[in-house]
Design a protein around this ligand. Structure first.
Ligand SMILES: [Zn+2]
Length: 266
């Protein structure tokens, strides 16, 4: 369906000849604490080196959204790196590794968590100063992962939902000095009302946590952009799957994903 006369219709993700794999990481740690969640620094370096050696180009959020906006096909071997939850490992380890390889990345920030320790000692969130330093790299962007990371956005009242979307966008913009264009649904929980609220809040696209068929909603697939969960899929299981997936990436159905890999608890 044509949404407007002036804008070219954007092909749904599943119809594109090539859609960049979008990787989701949480924490990068010297040593994995939680299997299926963290990715070790050694593994992370290996993955980035392999991607670079094989001609993969990590887009910035602006580049990624530019292709979406223009409805242009993405160049082959482009991909997007994302991090959820602003864990300390992104500024302690990940940023330096990405910069050394000239790679872009997107950091989804939970506003209320900035600078906070978690209950278990091994996990903490990046400080405001360190996030600001991240945002000073033009290839990195801070984007919104809500104010408080509610487990179910779909169960919030309209007012609560608005606050999570609108206030977090404003706060992250204040922190980074740049506009926030992307949203990450906590725990990948969304429905049509949440998507509509994200559109109303001024976001341009949103990412989920699984590799799903995005066809079930009455909106362009940019509101349910699939991601490959590096902690679950590749973090503890060697490199073969990782290489094979990057070579043969295509969005897969929910059933296919469930059959092949377990869901992430967070
Ligand atoms: Zn999260």
């Amino acid at each position: 369906m044509w949404s407007s006369a002036s804008a070219a219709p954007v092909e749904p993700v599943e119809n594109r000849a090539y859609f960049p794999p979008v990787l989701i990481y949480h924490d990068i740690k010297a040593k994995v604490v939680m299997e299926g969640f963290d990715v070790s620094l050694a593994e992370f370096r290996y993955q980035l080196d392999w991607l670079k050696a094989h001609g993969w180009k990590a887009l910035s959020a602006d580049e990624f959204l530019g292709y979406l906006e223009r409805g242009e096909p993405f160049p082959k071997k482009t991909f997007l790196i994302t991090f959820d939850d602003d864990y300390g490992g992104i500024t302690r380890y990940a940023a330096e590794e990405l910069e050394a390889r000239d790679m872009g990345a997107v950091f989804f920030v939970i506003v209320d968590s900035i600078g906070q320790p978690l209950s278990r000692r091994e996990y903490y969130h990046a400080s405001e100063e360190k996030l600001k330093a991240l945002a000073s790299n033009p290839k990195f962007t801070l984007e919104s992962h809500t104010m408080s990371h509610p487990e179910y956005l779909t169960r919030l009242t309209d007012e609560e939902l608005e606050r999570e979307l609108i206030e977090s966008k404003a706060r992250v913009e204040e922190l980074s000095g740049r506009s926030v264009r992307l949203f990450s649904y906590p725990c990948g929980d969304y429905d049509q009302r949440v998507i509509d609220a994200a559109i109303d809040a001024g976001y341009e696209a949103a990412v989920i946590v699984d590799v799903l068929d995005a066809g079930e909603f009455d909106r362009p697939a940019r509101w349910t952009i699939p991601r490959i969960n590096m902690g679950v899929v590749f973090g503890a299981r060697g490199h073969r799957q990782f290489k094979s997936f990057m070579h043969h990436y295509k969005p897969m159905s929910d059933e296919e994903f469930e059959r092949r890999w377990a869901r992430l608890p967070h």
